[in-house]
Design a protein around this ligand. Structure first.
Ligand code: PAF
Length: 266
């Protein structure tokens, strides 16, 4: 496995590659959700590239950025075990030589759901993903459905800008109690972790959005939103963990909600 922190070295290597290149962009703190993306990429492509870059422009809250878990040695070990070919470790100066003068901005969907609560978040995400896709030039790029709004915006961006890459969405990986895997789960304390299982359980319930939000509030979460659109129910909550609040997001297919309701009705 090659570990590359010099973009000129990467560009030289990229020129020599032929066949399909699968790409998994991450901010590190790899978990089984990332492993699932990497496994798919390794199975489906000649070469798999993983990038690890904690992108500051997508954090609207500096405390959230400062607390983001960093586990580089462990991440490299996971990548090695999964058969990743190249790990890219760019720095701020590599990716933002323009100091964020140029940005990719979307003016509708990026302002809704998470975007309504995290101003500038999706501009940071789309900008860094555009830069990474242009650098890596993958044939396939893999993103998790837990961040469904992000996945949709990236798909739309690639289509809009005629980017020659297939965006592959991968199903959310969950803990046995249903909590969606996220790097932020590592920040939950024991009580917060125990409470978190109720988040997806309530999202999956047959209550309407307003009632789900009320129940989440009653269960001790601070609710950012619960909203159903285009066959999916989206939610975001904050979990109080003593000195910090941990933000969790998730989404479920409404069809699954209805199936669960029918099953419980007997
Ligand atoms: O989903 C993430 O981890 C990040 O938003 C991404 C796509 C790597 C961009 O920084």
């Amino acid at each position: 496995m090659k570990i590359i922190d010099n973009l000129d070295a990467w560009r030289r290597l990229r020129q020599q590659l032929s066949g399909t290149v699968g790409f998994v962009p991450t901010m590190g703190a790899l978990h089984r959700g990332h492993a699932h993306l990497l496994e798919r990429s390794v199975a489906e492509n000649a070469i798999t590239v993983l990038s690890i870059y904690l992108n500051p422009t997508q954090f609207n809250n500096p405390d959230d950025l400062a607390r983001y878990p960093c586990t580089l040695e462990q991440d490299l070990q996971v990548a090695r075990e999964l058969g990743v070919d190249v790990v890219l470790l760019p720095g701020y100066d590599d990716l933002y030589a323009d100091d964020y003068r140029f940005r990719v901005e979307e003016h509708q969907f990026s302002r809704e759901l998470c975007g309504a609560h995290r101003p500038g978040h999706f501009t940071g995400v789309l900008t860094v993903v555009m830069k990474l896709l242009n650098l890596v030039r993958p044939t396939h790029a893999y993103f998790g459905e837990k961040d469904f709004q992000q996945l949709q915006l990236i798909r739309d961006m690639c289509e809009t800008f005629f980017m020659d890459v297939e965006i592959v969405g991968c199903a959310t990986v969950r803990e046995p109690d249903g909590l969606a895997l996220s790097s932020r789960n590592a920040l939950l304390d024991a009580a917060g972790r125990a409470r978190s299982a109720q988040f997806q359980r309530l999202l999956r319930s047959d209550l309407d959005d307003a009632a789900v939000a009320r129940e989440l509030d009653r269960a001790g979460f601070v609710v950012d939103y619960v909203e159903t659109r285009e066959g999916r129910r989206f939610g975001a909550v904050l979990v109080d963990c003593g000195d910090r609040q941990v933000r969790l997001i998730d989404n479920v297919l409404v069809e699954q909600v209805l199936q669960a309701a029918m099953a419980s009705a007997g």
